[in-house]
Design a protein around this ligand. Structure first.
Ligand SMILES: [Zn+2]
Length: 161
């Protein structure tokens, strides 16, 4: 993940961001397409990363506001595991990546962007993506690109989850 260079992430790094926790605010708004929430479970949901490292970058987020992995109830971790598998299946079927990075960045020292509310990254990878990403990168295209990703993936979850 460290090897990917995604210039649109500068908006995230420079942006002030909304007040409060984004992972608590977005699901509460009830505008799932706008928020890029592709699937809701009971205690966790799946959302497209608005500042992706790669096309189809999904995140599994517990509805519980928690930073400490050791404080997450087992039932929530179990559902997050199930949703991680579901997200991986969706990406395999819809985007056919060559590989994945799956995991959590816990704490600022580990590179967490939103460090107060933990989440699992499911990042699809393609052979050579570290080479072509900088060439294709265009920050102006990202919002449209994200909605296309959303509309490509959300129906899969609606019929397979
Ligand atoms: Zn939160």
């Amino acid at each position: 993940m460290d090897h990917l260079w995604a210039p649109w992430r500068m908006d995230f790094i420079k942006g002030e961001g909304p007040t409060g926790c984004i992972f608590c605010t977005l699901p509460a708004q009830g505008k799932d397409r706008e928020s890029l929430i592709v699937h809701r479970g009971k205690q966790a949901y799946i959302i497209l990363n608005k500042f992706p490292y790669n096309n189809g970058h999904l995140m599994i987020v517990p509805t519980l506001h928690v930073a400490d992995y050791l404080a997450v109830p087992d039932a929530v971790l179990t559902e997050m595991n199930a949703l991680t598998k579901l997200a991986t299946r969706a990406l395999n079927e819809k985007l056919k990546p060559h590989g994945f990075n799956i995991g959590m960045n816990l704490g600022a020292a580990a590179g967490a962007g939103v460090k107060e509310h933990l989440h699992v990254h499911v990042l699809p990878r393609w052979n050579g993506d570290t080479n072509f990403l900088p060439v294709l990168a265009d920050t102006k295209c990202m919002p449209q690109h994200l909605l296309e990703s959303y509309d490509g993936l959300q129906p899969w979850f609606a019929s397979n989850a």
